[in-house]
Ligand binder design. Structure first.
Ligand SMILES: Nc1ncnc2c1ncn2[C@@H]1O[C@H](COP(=O)(O)OP(=O)(O)O)[C@@H](O)[C@H]1O
Ligand SMILES: [Mg+2]
Length: 234
């Protein structure tokens, strides 16, 4: 994406703590409209904390997060999601005993969105299995339900925390291809936290690497592909 595009979601000097421990040590980062960004780094470097800060799900922070010029208020996740920040937390966050369709409708409820058909158009497999309990679907399909639920909140940017964890390489690639396809089809930005750099690079425009609560690299994904030593380094 062009560097000139104004930021849609922006973190300025964000420091986040858990009690005495500071997990984010001053993160300044901006995501442009429709940009696809990957965030990489070892376990514990602060990736999930950063996504939580971006949607207001982490309260202990200083600095500022804004979305389209409005403050993202810590603790007011519902309001922040309403602004247009979609969020799929780590793990498969579906109601396992409820049907696929019930899951989508529940997600839309708080956002006055009953249009499950537009999610089905993006994920035909979910339409075919709409009556099936979510817990009986495969890991990849449950991840699709979780995406679909986030799309029911009508996001302009979607934050995805390790959506391929626990999936086979084939399913992981399928999930990443779906993320890319959907972001292009409906014109939304993606912030994708992942462990596996090589497999994720083709799904993103830009790659950010974190280490111990800081950003140590930020640039075009194509450039990171040539910097294999950097992956080994972090
Ligand atoms: N609820 C918590 N209480 C205390 N420390 C936490 C909590 N959640 C995360 N941390 C710590 O904050 C750091 C960043 O965690 P996290 O953002 O989950 O990292 P990542 O997603 O990159 O694996 C880690 O050192 C982790 O141990
Ligand atoms: Mg994490």
């Amino acid at each position: 994406m062009e560097a000139a595009a104004p930021p849609l979601l922006e973190c300025r000097e964000v420091r986040a703590s858990y009690g005495a421990f500071q997990a984010l040590k001053g993160i300044s980062l901006a995501f442009a409209d429709r940009e696809r960004v990957g965030i990489f780094g070892h376990n514990g470097c602060g990736k999930s904390t950063l996504l939580n800060c971006c949607v207001g799900a982490h309260r202990e922070l200083s600095g500022a997060v804004s979305f389209a010029g409005q403050a993202v208020v810590p603790g007011e996740v519902h309001r922040n999601v309403k602004l247009g920040i979609g969020y799929v937390p780590q793990g498969r966050n579906v109601f396992k005993d409820l049907s696929v369709e019930r899951n989508l409708r529940i997600a839309g409820l708080m956002h006055e969105n009953e249009d499950v058909e537009s999610v089905y158009r993006l994920f035909p497999v979910l339409k075919a299995r709409r009556a099936q309990p979510a817990g009986t679907m495969s890991g990849g399909e449950q991840q699709m339900i979780a995406f679909g639920m986030a799309l029911m909140t009508r996001p302009r940017i979607l934050l995805l925390d390790e959506p391929t964890t626990g999936l086979s390489p084939v399913l992981a690639n399928m999930v990443l291809e779906t993320v890319t396809r959907i972001s292009a089809e409906i014109g939304i930005g993606i912030v994708l936290v992942e462990q596996n750099v090589s497999r994720t690079l083709k799904a993103i425009d830009r790659a950010v690497i974190m280490k111990m609560g800081r950003i140590i690299s930020d640039g075009p994904a194509a450039e990171l592909a040539d910097k294999k030593h950097l992956w080994e380094w972090f």
